[in-house]
Design a protein. Sequence first.
Length: 284
Amino acid sequence: MNTQAPKRYSRRAFLRATRHVLAGTALAGVSSYVYGNRLELNWLKVTRVTVPIRNLPAAAEGLRIAHLTDLHLRPVTTLENIRAAVALANSLKPDVTVVTGDYVTDSAEDIYELAPVLGQLNARRGVFAVLGNHDWWTDAQVVRGGLEQAGVPVLMNSGLRLPEGVYLAGVDDVWSGQPDLRAALAKNPSNAPTILLAHEPDFVDEFSLDERVALQLSGHTHGGQIRLPFRGALVLPPYGQKYDYGLFRVRQTWLYTNSGIGSAFFGLRLNCRPEVAEITLVKA
């Protein structure tokens, strides 16, 4: 499958454009900043989403997935923020926990502090991860190695069948890595409904061409971090501009874009709290 977008964005161009837009949003005022920085940035929530899946095996009815993404340890997000998210995810007692990329921001070596915290995630059928663009921009091999040393397997264009009869797959980061959906689904010859982990949400337009992909779980956008009434997100990254936050339907595929835990560039969230999503599968 071709996962190349018509226009490829460079990291430098993305960062430059982001800084320009953020400079403009400074006019929102000091009070909004204080609210978002001191309260909403640390105001975790659980978002519960029920997703109807075609041909869902009876054993998978009610399967619950805890979804975390975009942890971005440092400079804004602290280990305490991430420990709180891990504790919240574990309190849900999920069947599966997934984390969809961007563990670090500027330094791949931060994974050695972060990964042991993620190693405390606990789910009945296991914890699984994929990488994001920041993991590649720092050092993807270091980030992947740190996660796997902590007991968090990274689904790098690979997948596995869960005992409930659904297939869990993950692709490499689409922006900066080498995604291969065909390889990720290679062990799913029975056409079982697939839950696909993919960091950037907008590539659901292509991934949904494979009818086995029943649900895609993504992050990347942080929900925009700043969302205004009647306007939505002020700032969105490349490959996260169409499906910025929440539940979407693309062809026969559902997509949930999670607002994430951390903040990559600036310590502000407004009308966009960090979240752990609880995804429950039901038969369509």
